[in-house]
Design a protein around this ligand. Structure first.
Ligand SMILES: Nc1nc2c(ncn2[C@@H]2O[C@H](COP(=O)(O)OP(=O)(O)OP(=O)(O)O)[C@@H](O)[C@H]2O)c(=O)[nH]1
Ligand SMILES: [Mg+2]
Length: 439
């Protein structure tokens, strides 16, 4: 069976954690109890956004560009000391080797490879405390509770870097995909035209001695690939993580190309993309020898060997069509992999969402010139005013602290507010006094 996979290995998505549930304001009501104490329960925690490796996946093609991925908000607290339920976490399944980057800066948040199988990217908001927590000797009927902490959201870029032990590189049509079909159960499309392979595909090779390793078929490269020509850059990125390169070249010159020039060109492109690639171990497969006329074989193969073997690059004469010579290639690869060790490169975290993300602001702050007042509006403020008995001293301090915690004072200061200015929030007008603290 062959399948033409849609090639998507970079995708931008929007992720959002769950908002914390709001704390509840209520009072116990029982027969014969006139004024029951506060019994408003806590809000539940909002769901986290978690990324998890799913071994069954090997592309990002299930993601929609600009798709929105949201965890569930926490439930609000309820009467009778009932807590709201926790919002469900959102678990985003990705193929191994997926990098999660902050979209704007490109900085890495997580690398889902190696030991990193499950990573929490955005935490859900904490649930607010219900009014049952606010009863004190002097304040027996607190009419306020705490709203849940806001959700967090972020644009991220998912990027798949294939993790393979060895990568098949070479010009289009030289037989890379045929190679993979011959040595593994993978079935990339094989056809006699350029750029048949549009997305990298891994295949597992199992040798008789039961060692196994992964070879990846990589789309054809052409001159200029490092600057984006042909299928361009996108695939070069995958080569970064392969430990050995299997350079396939058409030794029979089916398309009239010079195999020696081709090897040089591909190596130049790789070096131009990333100089580190030139340090990778490489082997050359001089392919399509079934098409070489008697005698010619020795000629071209001899030339390639004479040039590359002194540089420590083994050269194998093979036919991926008939399978001739492939076994020695696999054993040579297995030997090299044993020498180089198998740990994969895992990228370090550069961006920390808990510090960098903008909490979803549920309010706006502006200056109304006509009225000469600062206006603070939004669902969060409205809700908090509803909860809080700001006529009481304690409630007022509580409200002040809430404004401070949510950055409202900071925003007012940024607009240039001064002591004595008026701040309007819905029906209430306050005089701005910086630094009203606990009494
Ligand atoms: N005679 C002969 N033909 C081969 C051999 N290997 C591959 N071919 C043919 O060459 C053509 C291209 O083979 P693919 O395996 O699709 O080549 P590719 O390198 O994957 O090509 P792209 O995906 O376009 O980069 C097909 O028609 C194959 O049947 C070989 O060893 N001998
Ligand atoms: Mg191919």
């Amino acid at each position: 069976m062959t399948k033409m996979a849609d090639f998507i290995d970079r995708v931008k998505i929007h992720i959002k954690s769950g908002k914390g549930g709001d704390g509840h304001v209520s009072f116990r009501r029982e027969k014969y109890v006139a004024n029951g104490g506060p019994d408003g329960g806590d809000g539940g925690k909002g769901g986290d956004v978690i990324f998890e490796v799913d071994e069954g996946l090997n592309t990002l093609s299930d993601f929609h560009y600009n798709g929105k991925y949201k965890a569930e908000p926490g439930g609000d607290g309820r009467a009778k000391r009932c807590s709201g339920r926790s919002g469900e976490d959102l678990v985003v399944k990705v193929p191994e080797g997926t990098l999660v980057r902050e979209f704007e800066s490109g900085q890495i948040i997580a690398d889902l490879s190696g030991p990193n199988r499950r990573v929490t990217i955005l935490k859900g908001g904490r649930g607010g405390s219900g009014n049952m927590h606010y009863a004190t000797a002097t304040m027996q009927a607190p009419k306020y509770a705490q709203p849940g902490k806001p959700a967090k959201e972020l644009d991220v870029l998912l990027e798949l870097k294939l993790i393979a032990d060895a990568g098949l590189v070479g010009f289009p049509n030289v037989g890379k995909s045929t190679f993979l079909t011959k040595v593994s159960a993978a079935r990339p499309k094989v056809a006699d035209y350029h750029f048949t392979t549009l997305s990298p595909m891994p295949g597992v090779v199992r040798l008789d001695d039961m060692t196994d390793f992964v070879i990846a078929d990589i789309p054809g490269l052409i001159e200029g690939a490092s600057t984006g020509l042909g299928l361009g850059h996108d695939f070069l990125r995958h080569i970064d993580r392969c430990r050995v390169l299997v350079h396939v070249v058409d030794a029979a010159s089916v398309e009239g190309r010079d195999p020696l020039a081709d090897i040089r060109l591909i190596n130049n492109e790789l070096a131009r993309y990333n100089a580190d690639i030139t340090n990778k171990r490489q082997i050359i497969c001089a392919n399509k020898i079934d098409l070489l006329p008697e005698g010619a074989e020795a000629g071209i193969i001899h030339e390639i060997r004479a040039l590359y073997e002194p540089q420590g690059i083994p050269v194998f004469a093979v036919s991926t069509l008939t399978g001739e010579g492939l076994k020695s290639v696999l054993y040579a690869l297995s030997d090299i992999l044993k020498e180089t060790g198998r740990e994969t490169v895992v990228y370090e975290q550069e961006y920390f969402p808990e510090e960098g993300t903008q909490a979803v602001e549920d309010y706006t702050v502006r200056y109304d010139k006509k009225q000469g007042e600062y206006i603070v509006e939004g669902a969060l403020i409205d809700k908090m005013l509803g909860y809080t008995n700001i006529e009481s001293e304690k409630g007022f301090v509580f409200f002040q602290r809430f404004l401070e915690e949510h950055g409202v004072n900071e925003r007012l200061q940024a607009l240039g507010i001064r002591e004595g200015d008026t701040v309007r929030m819905y029906g209430h007008a306050f005089e701005y006094l910086p630094g009203v603290e606990e009494i």
